[in-house]
Design a protein around this ligand. Structure first.
Ligand SMILES: [Zn+2]
Length: 96
C-alpha cells in the first residue's frame, strides 16, 4: 500500500465524535485524512469543518450551547435517558 501524505501508514484521522458536544452516532464527521465532511451534529447543531477547527472556538461554542440549555438541534434524535455530562465525557481530550 502506498504511503499517503505525511501520515504514518495505517493511521486514520477519521472522526465520528463531535468536538463540541461529544455526540457519536457513528456518522463520519472527518474522513481518514482529517478532511471535514460538513456534517451537522443532531445534538449541538455544529457543522464539522465550520466552527470546530480551533480549540478556542470549540470551547466557546460548547459554552454557549450548554449555557443555552444544551438543546438538541434535532430534538427527535435525543435519546430518552440522555445524559449531558456522560456525553461530554466522550469529547476527545484535545478538544476539551
Ligand atoms: Zn455536537
Amino acid at each position: 500500500m502506498p504511503a499517503v501524505g505525511h501520515e504514518a501508514p495505517g493511521e486514520s484521522l477519521e472522526e465520528t465524535v463531535c468536538r463540541v458536544c461529544g455526540q457519536d452516532d457513528g456518522t463520519l464527521l472527518r474522513d481518514g485524512y482529517g478532511v471535514p465532511l460538513y456534517v451537522i451534529c443532531d445534538c449541538c447543531g455544529i457543522e464539522s469543518g465550520l466552527g470546530d477547527d480551533h480549540l478556542s472556538k470549540v470551547r466557546e461554542t460548547r459554552g454557549y450551547w450548554v449555557a443555552d440549555g444544551a438543546r438538541w438541534d434535532v430534538p427527535s434524535r435525543r435519546p430518552e435517558n440522555w445524559d449531558l455530562l456522560e456525553q461530554l465525557s466522550h469529547i476527545p481530550a484535545e478538544w476539551r
